[in-house]
Design a binder for this molecule. Structure first.
Ligand SMILES: *Cc1c(COP(=O)(O)O)cnc(C)c1O
Length: 223
């Protein structure tokens, strides 16, 4: 895709987001995180050139390498993948602007220990496994509220900003919608700031269910 065609393609996605958010409210603002996990730094730079600033990676080593290579650009990096405890130090070295996949009290405690040792803080989202799928990380809906409050209390160096969820893995729109609605209810109860849900295949629906942060990979980086 040449530069003009690519810009038109991205404009279409932005228009889709615009229509979906206006169905919620004129005041409903949605942030786009471009998931660059399958893309190289040239593709990231091309998207930056047409206005994108927030990018997400799901492997600590990729986050480190790409953020270092693009250090001269004013980008914001999100870590959206499962974090193993032995990678915590590496993640903190790249100082991401948001860790979207905090999924257990044990990981929160391990993070807290390293954060306080480094005298730094980390913004994070609690990942919710809203459709209770074995293949997915995240906490169950009925545990989310208590766990969120416990982490907030016991981990002063973690700043919880809200919740993240991956929509139900299903071709049934109703089922995906139910999973988004379940996550949104938790977000509402917590009166949190960020509700991160919606990927390339379901971002319109996610926004209509109240998402204010979408994580878009394949649709923003067409092959
Ligand atoms: C890969 C990934 C995305 C983006 O997926 P696409 O379907 O390519 O948009 C979003 N969120 C998470 C957690 C991911 O791992």
């Amino acid at each position: 895709m040449n530069e003009i065609a690519y810009k038109l393609h991205v404009d279409k996605i932005i228009e889709t987001i615009e229509r979906a958010r206006l169905k919620v409210s004129a005041h409903h603002i949605v942030k786009i995180v471009a998931v660059s996990k399958y893309s190289d730094t040239d593709a990231i730079e091309a998207l930056y050139q047409i206005g994108q600033r927030a990018f997400g990676e799901n492997k600590v080593q990729d986050l480190k390498a790409k953020s270092a290579a693009l250090e001269s650009l004013p980008l914001e990096w999100h870590f959206i993948g499962n974090l193993q405890k032995n990678k915590i130090n590496q993640l903190l070295e790249s100082d991401p602007s948001l860790f979207q996949a905090l999924d257990s009290l044990e990981l929160a405690h391990a993070l807290q220990q390293r954060l306080s040792g480094r005298n730094m803080t980390l913004d994070a989202l609690l990942q919710i496994n809203s459709a209770n799928e074995k293949s997915k990380h995240g906490v169950h809906c009925d545990e989310a509220d208590d766990l969120y409050r416990q982490i907030a209390q016991e981990c002063p160096n973690i700043t919880l900003r809200g919740v993240m969820s991956i929509g139900a893995h299903s071709s049934d729109r109703q089922q995906i919608q139910h999973s988004f609605e379940a996550t949104y209810r938790i977000y509402e109860t917590l009166q949190a700031d960020i509700c991160s849900m919606g990927m390339s295949g379901d971002y319109e629906l996610a926004i209509e269910c109240g998402s204010n942060m979408v994580r878009l990979g394949s649709v923003l980086f067409p092959k």
